[in-house]
Design a protein around this ligand. Structure first.
Ligand code: A2P
Length: 342
C-alpha cells in the first residue's frame, strides 16, 4: 500500500476531454502531491488555470514520466501508443482514454462501479472504455447480474463532442451556413452533420460494422466478463447534438424479466438515475444529461420482440465527456489511489 499522495499528470490537458478531466479533478477534490499538465509542442508554454492557480503546459517527452505516479491521458491513440509503455516502465500508472490498449489481455478495461476489482491486475496501463460502452455498463451490470444477458442490440445516437473540438465547431459552422442557404463543405465528418444524421462513426471493418460498433461489442464482453455465447450487435450513428450520447437498447436475458422488476432494480443501481414515467412524458434527453454525472434511464418496457417475457427495451442517456470519458478516468485514478495500486 502506497502511503504518500501521488504525483499526477494530465496528458492532453488542452483538449476537450482533458479540460473536463481538470473540472472533475477539482469537483471530486482529488488529493495529490503535485500535478502537471502535458500536451504537444503546439500548446507547450501556454497557461492553464486550475484551482485558482496558473500552470504552464509542458511538452510531453519520455523524461516527464520520471516522477509521475499516475497519468490521466486523453491525447489520442497514437500519443498513447508512444508514451504509455514508457510511462509504465517508469512505474507511472497510465490511465488511457484511447482505444489503443483496451482489448489487450494485460490491460484492465474498467468502469468504476462495475468491475473495479479488475484494476488489481494492472501492469502499468489501465484503459477507459469507449464512450458508448461506458454509459451502457452501469445499467446493464445490475440487469446482467440478476437476469443473465443472452443477446444485446444497441443503437447509438452520438453527440459531436465525442469527435473533439473540430467536430463541435463544425456543427456550429455547418448549422449557421445552412440557415442562410449557403453550401457547406464538411471536413470532420463525411457528410454535413447539421440537420442530418450520419450512420458511420470511425472506419469500416471487414464484417460491415464500424470500429465504433465493434468496440461496443468487444468492450461490453470484456468489462462484464461475458462469454462469446452472448451475442452483441451495435449500430452507431452521429447526430447533431453537442453533448450527450443516447442509446436505444434491446436486451434478451436467460431469465424472465418484467419492466417493473427492471425499474425497481435500476432505481437503486449505483451511478444510474431513472427518468421513466410516460404519463408525465418523463424520459431522458441529452440536453438534460449534459454536465451531469449519472446515466439516465427511461422508456423501460418489456420487449415484444423476444419470446417468453425475457426481453427488455430501454433508452439511456449520459454526458459522453463525463461518464463516457473524463469522469470515469478520474474515478479510476481515485480508485487506484484508494486501493494503493500505484
Ligand atoms: P495540443 O493542444 O498541444 O494539440 P482534442 O481531442 O480535443 O483535439 O485534444 C487532443 C489533446 O491531445 C490536446 O490536448 C493535444 O495537445 C494533445 N495531443 C495531441 N497530440 C499530442 C502529442 N503528440 N503529444 C502530446 N499531446 C498531444
Amino acid at each position: 500500500m502506497t502511503e504518500r499522495l501521488p504525483n499526477i499528470a494530465v496528458l492532453g490537458a488542452t483538449g476537450v476531454v482533458g479540460r473536463e478531466i481538470l473540472n472533475i479533478l477539482e469537483e471530486n477534490d482529488v488529493k495529490y502531491n503535485s500535478i502537471k499538465f502535458l500536451a504537444s509542442s503546439r500548446s507547450a508554454g501556454s497557461k492553464i488555470e486550475f484551482k485558482n492557480e496558473n500552470y504552464t503546459v509542458i511538452e510531453t517527452n519520455d523524461d516527464v514520466f520520471d516522477d509521475i505516479d499516475i497519468c490521466l491521458a486523453s491525447a489520442g491513440g497514437e500519443t498513447s501508443k508512444r508514451y504509455a509503455p514508457i510511462a509504465a516502465k517508469k512505474n507511472c500508472v497510465f490511465i488511457d482514454n484511447s482505444s489503443a490498449f483496451r482489448m489487450e489481455k494485460d490491460v484492465p478495461l474498467v468502469i468504476i462501479g462495475v468491475n473495479d476489482e479488475d484494476l488489481k491486475s494492472h501492469k502499468g496501463i489501465i484503459s477507459n472504455p469507449n464512450c458508448s460502452t461506458s454509459q451502457l455498463m452501469l445499467p446493464l451490470k445490475v440487469l446482467n447480474d440478476k437476469y443473465k444477458l443472452k443477446r444485446l442490440i444497441v443503437s447509438t445516437y452520438q453527440a459531436v463532442s465525442g469527435a473533439g473540438l473540430k467536430a463541435i465547431n463544425e456543427l456550429t459552422d455547418n448549422t449557421k451556413t445552412n440557415l442562410v442557404g449557403m453550401p457547406y463543405e464538411p471536413s470532420a465528418f463525411k457528410y454535413e452533420i447539421a440537420f442530418n444524421v450520419i450512420p458511420q462513426i470511425d472506419s469500416f471493418c471487414e464484417n460491415g460494422y464500424t470500429k465504433e460498433e465493434m468496440k461496443v461489442t468487444n468492450e461490453t464482453r470484456k468489462i462484464l466478463h461475458l462469454s462469446d455465447d452472448v451475442k452483441i450487435s451495435c449500430t452507431a450513428v452521429r447526430v447533431p447534438v453537442y453533448i450527450g450520447h443516447s442509446e436505444a437498447v434491446s436486451a434478451e436475458f436467460e431469465n424472465k424479466i418484467s419492466a417493473h422488476e427492471a425499474r425497481e432494480l435500476l432505481k437503486s443501481a449505483w451511478g444510474v438515475e431513472l427518468r421513466d414515467e410516460v404519463s408525465t412524458y418523463t424520459y431522458p434527453t441529452p440536453k438534460d444529461a449534459a454536465g451531469k454525472n449519472p446515466v439516465y434511464v427511461g422508456r423501460i418496457r418489456q420487449s415484444i420482440a423476444f419470446d417468453s417475457d425475457k426481453g427488455l427495451d430501454f433508452f439511456c442517456v449520459a454526458d459522453n465527456l463525463r461518464i463516457g470519458a473524463a469522469l470515469n478516468t478520474v474515478r479510476i485514478a481515485q480508485k487506484v489511489i484508494e486501493m494503493g495500486l500505484y
